[in-house]
Design a binder for this molecule. Structure first.
Ligand code: CUA
Length: 326
């Protein structure tokens, strides 16, 4: 069935019905709802303003015998309240709805049966490290399985964009961003960069393959396994090479620093008050600026360690694996 909003907007962009790509993720319907609402509210008020303007232009035009303006009231409290309160209610409603949709993309379903993918943007390509170890230029997901994407950039700001999922999220150097979605439809969809990032920005594309089931994903993940170092292997290697293991155990025994076992996702009390969730950005800070937020019971002993982006991602993958006891 052709929806009216689609038809009108399609007429406007001249692309015919179905101008929006198909919806292939859990958040797509919410995004489209917000878009349609914004579109129709704007269209409605545009029409009202144009009609009223046209009527006034005709009704109050200069005519023979009219030498000055008509007498009119210069203030109406009632009218001002009406045109303040109605728009206020509308924009607050839009704000509430769009915030709810946006927050659903950042939801943290740790502990659920979710997939994790580390997404790395650089000039001018994407790289995807899937849990289980497979690294690829393509993003591979499973229909109906929630995925937590952790985005990083090696150089400038890029932005991960899959039109069919209705999501865009910046990949920012020096910090991690997160995106949580559930693909709802098997198929192959484009991945684009939607933040201008230099000469070859427009060719910074890839594809995302949504497998119909886990078995199909597993079969793909097995292909060519063992050829390259996985993120987890990077993490384990760096953990030894950089001497982290001298102070941090991985079996739960307390050392000079906290043990990494079971630490991922925990809420830790901090020296001087406050709580920090051990997530991607906390781990990055704890490595690069270890003195910034010290966990209660420990001292500010650790030297800053300028690890490379992939090494930090590796440590995170290692901590995630220790959480799950694998
Ligand atoms: Cu990366 Cu545009």
């Amino acid at each position: 069935m052709i929806r009216l909003p689609d038809l009108l907007a399609a007429t406007l962009v001249g692309a015919g019905p179905g101008y929006m790509p198909e919806r292939a993720s859990s958040v797509a319907a919410g995004v489209d709802l917000v878009f349609d609402l914004l579109f129709w509210v704007s269209a409605f008020f545009l029409a009202v303003i144009v009609v009223v303007t046209a009527v006034f232009v005709v009704r109050y035009r200069a005519r023979a015998g009219r030498t000055g303006p008509e007498v009119s009231p210069d203030h109406s409290t009632k009218l001002e309240l009406v045109w303040t309160i109605i728009p206020l209610v509308i924009v607050l409603g839009l704000f509430a709805l769009s915030t709810q949709v946006y927050l659903s993309m950042l939801d943290n379903p740790e502990g659920k049966d979710s997939q994790r993918v580390h997404v790395t943007g650089k000039k001018w390509s994407w790289w995807f490290d899937h849990d289980g170890g497979k690294g690829s230029k393509e993003l591979h997901l499973v229909q109906g399985r929630t995925v937590v994407l952790t985005l990083a950039s090696l150089d400038v700001i890029h932005s991960f964009y899959v039109p069919e999922f209705r999501v865009k999220m910046d990949a920012v150097p020096g910090r991690f961003t997160r995106l949580v979605i559930t693909p709802t439809k098997a198929g192959t969809y484009p991945v684009l960069c939607t933040e201008y990032c230099g000469t070859n920005h427009s060719t910074m594309t890839s594809v995302t393959v949504v497998h119909p089931d886990q078995a199909s994903f597993d079969a793909w993940a097995k292909e060519g396994q063992g050829k390259e170092e996985t993120l987890l292997q990077v993490g384990i290697r760096v953990f030894e090479e950089k001497g982290c293991s001298a102070c941090h155990s991985v079996d739960g025994t307390a050392g000079i620093g906290p043990s990494l076992k079971g630490l991922w996702g925990k809420d830790e009390k901090l020296v001087g008050g406050g709580v920090a969730r051990v997530d991607e950005n906390y781990v990055r800070e704890a490595i690069v600026k270890p003195g910034a937020r010290i966990v209660e019971g420990y001292e500010d002993m650790m030297p800053p360690s300028p690890l490379e982006e992939r090494e930090i991602q590796g440590i995170i993958a290692y901590m995630q694996s220790l959480k799950e006891g694998t």
